[in-house]
Design a protein around this ligand. Structure first.
Ligand code: NAP
Ligand code: ZN
Length: 366
């Protein structure tokens, strides 16, 4: 855009906000400041109160998805955001100053493709993710996420948070919640079904809460014997130590649905063999390396292997409503942002009970 007679290029109107960013795949996250655009007509400005820490943040900070989604540095991660509306554009109709709202993994999409028209913005080919996507507003080369003081987002991608949900516990619903809720709804997890959840981390513990709330017989598969009691408290009917083949064999051919949330390489065929005929194993975990699949594990019993990616905006709002009705939030360990690098190391050791959530008030302490 050219301004007046001087022919200088004007940047969009912006302001600065505090944030934590990594400058390379081997750098820690450190205090910095980033630009945000001034809200346009349809934008909402949100002061961030809490932001959950998802394993996808760590994958991308360390460029572990270099083949599928290379990281552009500096990166400001964070896509489990809850905050208060501090400014609204003139055309905003859905939100008002002071509202408690949430922003998840998406901040824009093309709104014209068949997926967007079917409320599946998460599958839009021109999707803008909350961080590490090209920034169409040109505020910065890429979008910056929720490890920051505020964020400016088109109102369509800002969700009201039901008042009875604890804001810190609600933040992880925006990724861990919808990512587990959506495939369970799609594949008919209901009363009378036998459902497995593999890996008891951020996603896994939400999966257990939802499967239990949907009335399914819920079985947790874990590599961590110390999590058995917690799994039962969270709603599991049974817990299987996945490294014990004898325990695994007892469940052969019996599951209607299994949700696999594991972050690293592991034997997916061992879980396919636990499916009943026509059962479905859905991968939501995103290991960086390809996973070998046995054709026979699929052929025998006409089993299905599926994937799932977060959820659309309408379904995310539906999930928040379900959580409000059933009093479901994530079990969070709230930390100041200065502990974020330590939290990443603990996440790598599966030492999370069961989601870290950053209290963004701590940003001011740097
Ligand atoms: P997380 O909190 O670190 O939990 C992952 C769990 O996987 C761990 O707690 C552990 O559970 C298990 N695990 C870890 N290493 C393992 C290994 N080597 N073998 C077997 N099990 C292992 O991670 P998260 O935030 O839940 O994310 C999980 C995955 O989902 C990540 O890859 C993330 O990027 C991906 N993700 C995908 C979507 C999507 O839309 N599809 C959305 C968000 C996240 P136990 O201790 O119980 O064994
Ligand atoms: Zn996530």
């Amino acid at each position: 855009m050219f301004s007046g007679k001087t022919n200088t290029i004007t940047s969009p109107a912006m302001f600065e906000t505090n944030a934590y960013a990594a400058s390379s795949a081997s750098s820690p996250l450190e205090s910095t400041s980033i630009p945000r655009r001034d809200p346009t007509d349809r934008d909402v400005q949100v002061e961030i109160l809490f932001c959950g820490i998802c394993h996808s943040d760590l994958h991308q900070v360390r460029n572990e998805w270099a083949d599928a989604m290379p990281t552009v540095y500096p990166i400001v991660p964070g896509h489990e955001i809850v905050g208060r509306v501090t400014k609204v554009g003139s055309a905003v109709t859905r939100h008002q100053l002071g509202d408690l709202v949430a922003v998840g993994c998406l901040v824009d999409s093309d709104r014209t493709c068949p997926q967007c028209k079917s409320d599946l913005e998460n599958l839009c080919p021109n999707l803008t993710m909350t961080f590490n996507s090209p920034d169409a507003h040109e505020t910065a080369p890429i979008t910056y996420g929720g490890y920051s003081g505020s964020i400016v987002v088109d109102e369509h991608f800002v969700l009201p948070v039901p008042g009875n949900l604890d804001p810190a516990g609600a933040a992880p619903l925006l990724c861990a919640g919808i990512t587990t809720y959506s495939p369970m709804r799609r594949f008919g997890v209901t009363e009378g079904k036998k459902v497995g959840v593999v890996g008891l981390g951020g996603l896994g513990h939400m999966g257990v809460k939802f499967a239990h709330a949907f009335g399914a017989h819920t079985v947790v598969f874990t590599t961590s014997p110390s999590k058995t009691e917690d799994a039962l408290r969270l709603g599991a009917d049974e817990v299987v130590l996945s490294r014990d083949t004898g325990e695994m064999d007892k469940h052969a051919g019996s599951f209607d649905f299994i949700l696999d949330t594991v972050v690293a390489e592991h034997d997916v065929n061992a879980y396919l063999n636990l499916l009943a005929h026509d059962g479905t194993l859905t991968l939501v975990g995103a290991p960086d390396k390809p996973i070998p699949i046995s054709a026979f594990a699929l052929l025998m019993g006409r089993r299905k292997l599926a994937g799932s990616l977060i959820g659309g905006i309408a379904e995310t709002q539906e999930m928040l409503g379900f959580c409000s009705e059933h009093d479901i939030t994530a079990d969070v360990e709230v930390i100041p942002i200065q502990k974020v690098n330590e939290a990443y190391e603990r996440m790598l050791k599966s030492d999370v009970k069961y989601r870290f959530c950053i209290d963004m008030a701590s940003l001011g302490a740097d």
